[in-house]
Design a binder for this molecule. Structure first.
Ligand code: ACO
Length: 345
């Protein structure tokens, strides 16, 4: 394999981008389906049968997205044995930043004391973590960075209308973080695909608060600062793009569906996952699911599910993992990764 000088690090084409450490964080407060029954016109049975969600976490008043990102990031750094000042780059994937600016990544950079890191936010809806993994992989592969932190964190409760039964039953708060560094084949990121279809802008969006429709007393009165969603359209989009994303990533890698040990899909709705599993002809046993406890946590949902599955031993060193996400934008993407390889730098 050839070697070349790029940026500050000598890179080797046999090198890959591996996860050195992973961490998760969720708020303490639980919002159950029974509690939602007293808030909107819904039933515990409807929510469970239509979504598979039993409960979700809600951030405390003083808890912002960066606070959840910080907890998850500290855990990831500790597991990876990496100190904050070793980080070259921090990416925060979120649709619920602490504020419009500065970026939540800069707020996290200061809180961690990551004095040598550049930092920026990445907005790709629920596909944010998959997008961020792909971006981080490029910085590592080019030799521009040795260590990159991704924090995918959301406080969706802050933009959820708890008078709208179509949306308030779905969303929750939480965070997942990974520290990536260089490793060796066969471990690490193998292939990735990112896609978007901006025609779906108004299927899932927050109408007000940006430059198109700045926040005003009227936008607040009209509830335009909350999530608006055409759920059944998003559902159709999700089940159609999941197989497409997987095909593209498998084709690039030369691997087959049966080689994959675990599928970690964006945790939006159990029925979306069931439909995808049926279309793909894969075993449900291979699907990592935790949406019953957290609902849809947007960008945070994949690292949260991944982190729990690593923690409880379902995902082991050497396992082949397919991560697939879809979300606001509309966006979609997938990353194929062989778990493990930390310490091979
Ligand atoms: N309780 C009781 N009834 C409800 C509720 C509720 N909480 N919500 C909707 N309904 C009603 C509707 O009003 C409708 O009644 P109607 O027939 O009298 O008009 C009926 O249930 C059916 O509504 P649908 O929207 O067709 O229900 P569906 O089976 O599609 O389920 C759901 C809705 C759960 C939202 C589903 O479409 C879904 O999960 N879609 C995907 C959403 C998603 O994943 N969004 C996030 C994407 S990721 C991101 O980027 C944030």
């Amino acid at each position: 394999m050839g070697r070349q000088e790029l940026g500050v690090i000598t890179i080797d084409q046999a090198m890959t981008s591996v996860v050195l450490g992973i961490g998760t964080a969720v708020p303490e407060k639980i919002l159950t389906n029974i509690e939602l029954e007293s808030m909107v016109d819904t039933t515990e049975e409807w929510i469970l049968s239509r979504t598979g969600i039993e409960e979700r976490r809600i951030a405390a008043c003083a808890q912002a997205t960066s606070d959840l990102a910080l907890s998850a990031s500290k855990a990831a750094l500790e597991q990876g044995g990496i100190s904050a000042d070793q980080l070259d780059l921090i990416l925060v994937a979120t649709v619920t930043p602490d504020m419009i600016f500065p970026s939540t990544a800069c707020i996290l950079q200061r809180a961690l004391g990551a004095v040598n890191a550049g930092a920026f936010d990445l907005s790709a809806g629920c596909t944010g973590f998959v997008y961020a993994l792909t971006v981080a992989e490029q910085f590592l592969a080019s030799g521009k960075c040795r260590y990159v932190l991704i924090a995918a964190a959301e406080t969706l409760s802050r933009i959820t209308n708890y008078e709208d039964r179509n949306t308030c039953i779905l969303f929750g708060d939480g965070a997942g973080a990974v520290v990536l560094g260089r490793g060796s084949k066969p471990y690490g990121i193998i292939s990735a695909y990112l896609g978007a279809d901006g025609n779906g802008e108004s299927l899932l969006y927050v109408p007000a608060g940006g430059s198109r429709l700045p926040a005003s007393p009227q936008t607040v009165a009209d509830n335009l600062h909350y999530i608006h969603m055409q759920g059944n359209e998003v559902f159709k989009f999700a089940v159609s793009v999941i197989p497409e994303c997987i095909d593209r990533v498998l084709n690039q890698s030369g691997m087959a569906m049966e080689d994959v040990d675990h599928f970690v899909f964006h945790q939006a709705n159990r029925r979306i996952l069931q439909t995808a599993v049926k279309r793909l002809g894969i075993s449900w046993e291979k699907v990592i699911v935790n949406l019953e406890r957290y609902g849809n946590v947007s960008a945070a949902s994949i690292p949260l599910a991944l982190g729990e599955a690593v923690e409880d031993g379902r995902i082991k060193e050497g396992d082949l993992i397919m991560m697939v996400a879809f979300g606001a934008g509309l966006t979609m993407g997938a990353v194929l990764m062989r778990w493990g390889g930390a310490g091979n730098d």
